[in-house]
Design a protein around this ligand. Sequence first.
Ligand code: IVH
Length: 736
Amino acid sequence: MTWFLFSVKRYLFTLKRRGVIGKRTTCRCLTSIIPKTQQPIYLSGMYTHEQEKQYYNQGKELLQAAKPSVEDVAALRNIINYADWKYYVQSEPVFADVEYDALFNLLKQLESEHAGLITEDSPTQRIAKGLSEKLQPVAHLVPMLSLDNTYNETDLLDWAKRCQEFVGDAAIEFCVEPKYDGASISLIYEEGKITRGATRGDGVIGEEITNNVRQIKSIPLTTAFHSDSLHQIEIRGEVVIHKQVFADFNEQRAKEGLAPLANPRNAASGTLRILDPEEVRKRKLSAILYHVSYSVPNLAATTHYASLQYLAQLGFPTPVKEMKCFKSIEEVVVFCREFEGRRDELPYEIDGLVIKVNQFELQEQMGMTSHHPRWAVAYKFKARQATSKLRKVEFQVGRTGSITPVAKIDPVPIGGVTVSSISLFNEDVVREKDLKIGDTVLVERAGDVIPYIVKPLSELRDGTEETIVFPTHCPDCGELLEKPQEEAVWRCINISCPSQVIERLIHFCSKDAMDIRGMGESNVKKFFELGYIKDIPSLYKIEWEQIKSLGGFGEKSITNLQIAIDNSKTQPLNRLVFGLGIRHVGETMAKTLANAVVHFKELYDWTEEQLIALEDVGPKVAMSVLDFFKLHENRHMLEELESLGLNMVNQKSKDTASGIFSGKTFLFTGTLNQFKRSDAEALVEEKGGKIVSGVSSKLDYLIVGEDAGTKLEKAKKIGTISILSESEFLSLINKE
Ligand code: IVH
């Protein structure tokens, strides 16, 4: 507490000294500190074309270098910062993931060998510095105000009229940008280095989250403010989680039996306040910076748009690509209407648009209330929430036996879709939300996110609501349910439970697994109920005459189904592994397992240690794989699938072992013009060859592009290495 008061006092003192507070309700934020000089025009990107080429080529060279030296540390730092900017701000990755990781590891290794070379702004220093016990309060340099809301076009026209009254005859320009649905943040940079990140808090006092914002890769740790002699600058923005990242994250949580996070907004604001920066890093937050609230000395920009262009040019993620400026509010109205129709096209959630007066001079004349600036307003999109009645809860059995409560509500349209069924995930979620049958519930469906129940409106209860009772036995096979320790879900452990078998079959045939078109949910259920299929091997033994006599299936659709089932026999091994539905083995893990063997059977005898040695395999996955192969039924099923002609061999390793380049080593040097180096390297590996990093007598082929340097000289000296031009390399591949 003492610390808190001291910290607040210290900040208030600083603010007073700077003249920032004391006039808070009339604070003019940025406009009061912007000089009235001519607005500069920032057109180029963060890096010049030359720099882009230089960092790319240097990166590639370093990837090939036998052993990078201590002089390479600075270059590596620049290359990784450049790669981060391309990936996280521009969404245009320049290096393959493996290449990026290799460069990053090189830098980490060099820094660990020469600790004196570590700088605070090194990309390696984003990595977590350990846990903090609780978030510390910090005073904002300038209060973080909210926005006034408008919900329709008339409100918007009225707002523009009020703006005009403040500025007389001046011609107002309006900028329109997305209203990001995340958590607001404040970032302070001093002498070009990030020194503080904070949450909004109550707008005056926020929470210090510097270590957490350092985990957000789109936020630069250093930037060239100092080249404009800006000593201190505070930037405001929003932290969001991309919809896909959020969906993946929740999928992972579901696999771990954890309740999913409600929506990307809650996930973003919750993540920012986590005390473990390492966990923050894993959640892959993104940021968009939309406002400069303070700077010493003043920014050169005189408009909002120019200030954001300036930030973009320095490498910050900003709304500049999505935003548009207009000379009349009528044009703004048309743009807002049109934008709402394509809100789902953005990779993150937005809940509206923000319209801002562009000219700082005019913003200054309008000022602000204690709640919001008068020169900006939010145009809120239609809500994606609705209320409905919870009628009953059904319990579904998943393919791994998990029992999922599903709420049945009166059908209600939300965001263009009628919702009547909503997963409640597990018992804990039901209890935490205190849901009862008969409750009026608030339902939300945000963009692509599946609908969920936000909360019951308990104030509307009349006493007739009933407690939700969880079953003790499987609703399908009647087996006693179990709840393993540390899990939130109840499970039916009878692996022959019909519901589980059906779900396993649906999963096996699904697009991402064996991709058996025509064997979707309804046909699987129908064939199962009629006794035509009973387990995975039976799919390959269907008596087609029976299906024909069933009626309802045309000749063509039966032939197509037969072909689809037959074709699935040659699917790559990783699809089969995924299709088996081993717990915790998703698509990526299935690839890892499949790529670790030549024949699937090898996995039968693998030990926990061997499994854990594979990339990303932890004890949980290892145990699950071991449990799967321990079961006699599963081994028997695999034997049967093999005898039915299913592919059990990892094609890639087979090709590699017998590939035309098998046992040969390759190295590329210089600038390649006819193909991308990563593509060529992949081709070599596909054909069994190995890429090495340096020239030695063990090298078989050196492929030289333009400006090849020392590697070529060295290879010539050794004399036994085949030196090929790009064209010669191509004809070697084609000849083979
Ligand atoms: S400008 C003085 N611009 O919306 C500047 N805010 O509902 C005020 N928000 O607290 C903020 N996108 O967290 C601004 N493009 C955007 C925004 C934005 C989202 C958030 C911000 C604010 C909240 C108000």
